[in-house]
Design a protein around this ligand. Structure first.
Ligand SMILES: Nc1ncnc2c1ncn2[C@@H]1O[C@H](COP(=O)(O)OP(=O)(O)O)[C@@H](O)[C@H]1O
Ligand SMILES: [Mg+2]
Length: 272
């Protein structure tokens, strides 16, 4: 069924599309026959999947199976690393492989495992990005800094020290600041590559709480090696092995009734 969509701009939100019935939607990612090569080596093989909007999709699988490459294909960083992409990736109807990569990266933000804060104050980490891309007046800029920091659950913790160097933040706070930096660009999709792998449990749970809030406004793809994390927060799971998707489905089904031998072995291995 085709649903008529109108586009709105809301402070602190992406281009949220509102259906006629008033419910919100953000972009789906549709991947068709995606093959990725580094030199002669084929790293992703015939990837076909749909990543649903407004949900958290976790990508899991052994180290080296192509999880990061998959994320990097979705915002085309693979091409900067001399990788070659064949196939199609759509953001709703838009073929992202045909889009200008700079514009694309504003719509699809990628946060790495251990992002560094820019060597400037907390607020400048955000205003720098916004001044580069937009032309906000001083008051709006201030309002947006507050909004994005609130969205990542950081505002309460840092509101008295916005002009202090961001380098003094803890690992978990830096990670949330990096996500706020992505949000400054009004993305539709957030790609997160093992965002909690260097964090303790408290910081990990803070990030998870934040992601559960953010998924209402953004499509979230999360690479994680932490199966408990995938069980706690993922709606959907994609299990990869040797560059292929072996199994995918709702988190509940995939963990309670894994169909493939590879997936069962992976769960056993990870859960010891
Ligand atoms: N920039 C690159 N150049 C060449 N090979 C790469 C590059 N990045 C990743 N690879 C190779 O692609 C494969 C998949 O890597 P990656 O996507 O990082 O796996 P994962 O994130 O699942 O650990 C590995 O064999 C890795 O060595
Ligand atoms: Mg990786």
């Amino acid at each position: 069924m085709f649903i008529e969509i109108i586009t709105y701009r809301v402070v602190g939100c992406s281009n949220i599309k509102i259906r006629k019935d008033g419910s919100l939607t953000v972009a789906n990612i549709i991947v068709k026959n995606l093959n990725v090569f580094y030199g002669k080596k084929q790293v992703l093989k015939n990837i076909d999947t749909k990543i649903n909007s407004g949900r958290i999709t976790a990508i899991i699988g052994q180290s080296g199976c192509g999880k990061s490459t998959f994320l990097k294909s979705i915002n085309r960083i693979v091409e900067e690393e001399n990788g070659r992409i064949n196939g199609h990736i759509y953001l709703d109807e838009e073929d992202i492989l045909k889009e200008d990569s700079q514009i694309l990266r504003r719509k699809i933000g990628l946060v790495f495992q251990q992002p560094e804060a820019f060597p400037m104050s907390i607020e400048k980490n955000l205003s720098y990005i916004m001044n580069y891309h937009f032309n906000y007046k001083k008051l709006e800029l201030k309002e947006r800094i507050k909004t994005y920091l609130q969205m990542v659950g950081l505002y309460g913790e840092v509101k008295e020290e916005l002009s202090n160097p961001a380098k003094n933040l803890s690992g978990g706070q830096k990670q949330r600041l990096a996500i706020a930096r992505c949000l400054c660009l009004n993305p539709e999709v957030l790609l997160l590559d093992e965002p909690c792998s260097a964090l303790d449990l408290k910081n990990t749970l803070d990030i998870e709480k934040m992601l559960l809030e953010l998924k209402k406004k953004y499509t979230i793809v999360l690479v994680t090696h932490n199966l408990s994390q995938a069980k706690r927060i993922a709606d959907d799971v994609i299990f990869m092995s040797e560059g292929e998707i072996v199994e995918e489905g709702s988190s509940k089904d995939i963990f309670s009734q894994p169909k493939s031998r590879k997936m069962r072995e992976y769960i056993e291995y990870m859960e010891g």
